[in-house]
Design a protein. Sequence first.
Length: 479
Amino acid sequence: MNKQNAKTAVVSAGELEEQKQYVSRVHSAISALYNGKPKACVITYGCQQNVADSEKIKGMLELMGYDFTDDRFEAKLIIFNTCAVREHAEDRVFGNVGALKNYKREHPDAVLALCGCMMQQQHIADKIKKSYPFVDLVFGTHVIHRLPELLYKTLTGKKRVFEIPDTDGIIAEGIPVKRDSDAKAWLPVMYGCNNFCSYCIVPYVRGRERSREKAEIIKEFKTLVSQGYKEITLLGQNVNSYGKDLTPCVSFAELLRELNALDGDFRIRFMTSHPKDCTKELIETMASCDKVAQHLHLPFQSGSNRVLGAMNRRYTREQYLELIHYARKLMGDELSVTSDVIVGFPGETYEEFKETLSLVEEVKATSLFTFIYSPRKGTPAAEMDDPVPASEKSKWFKKLTDLQERISAEQMALHKGKIYKCYVYGKGKLADNYVAARNDGNLIIEFEGDESLIGTFQNIKVIEPLTFVMRGEIVKEKQ
């Protein structure tokens, strides 16, 4: 499967029109099956790309005649959109699906469906087929656009439906989207990954890198701005590889500059970046574009060059630090850096783990997403010797999180008394009468305010920095 796409398959207008016909057929089928409008419950695990996929699923379901509920026990259609990145996420899915066995027995007209990255793995699909006979529909990551057809077959046929094609992936434009938030929007610009890090299952379940045409992205972005979205996050498994497969090639930095030049009051974010593809041009673009957030999520995973080599990350500790230093040179203290770290990769020694701790000290990230290594069947790392016991890895993990908690608190303290233009995105957690906002560097500031402020930019002064959030107050003008 490790091969470069010669040409990305684009779903044709004829295929999309065929799915529209299935939308009408599903509408008729559910009208005959249920009294009143049936409810659907879509449960999402994993990354922002999965969230964006679920928004497309809900967009199609809405056209087919479904209402929505967060209570799976009142739904006639339950869809689990699954994640395969870590074992814990898979275990949660199996547990939650198993808990619906009695509900399906009592409500045989309800449809239970599984999709997403877990389902793109054949051994998982086989397990569902054998051990979970009450699951009606299973489909992979490359056929989301065919949900109307697959659901129609499920509703009207007598057999379970499994659709998991093994392809390099497709691009399907024009799928309706029902967004979860009125305040912020996800906008996928590319799909898939060509990196094949030795621990990661994503290239096997998401396919090869494939970029959307720049014109399609700009069109969707303009629509989001016209709908009032002020914080738009560009998504890709490796977002700064965007455009390499297009003819002519388009760099991600070029895309950012064109979006930044559009009219409107908005902020652009993006994730996730890979250090080997993070160019100085991208960093310079971040520094020069006033609407591009000065937040760089750049996973380093390990501070040991030997471990990075075993991970097939294709950069060194020194190259990573060069990028961070260059970004801080151009953006200064306004830049917020976040990263991902894996603890206990197969064969990692304690001395190599200490190299990760020293890198964490040097990078001084605002926050880290930290994980203990989780073996993924089908990846090279899953076959590597792993002599360090889980109990020892847990001790290492505690040292890492304790260190980062101290660094995060120190980084937050630097912001006391400063005033930031912040986007208010939802309710706060510090108190019932607080709302939550993010500044340009993706730092959360909560302050006393009415929920009518959600969806607006406000100038907020930091009053009290905490470890992972700051308490602030609204000010009339940025000083």
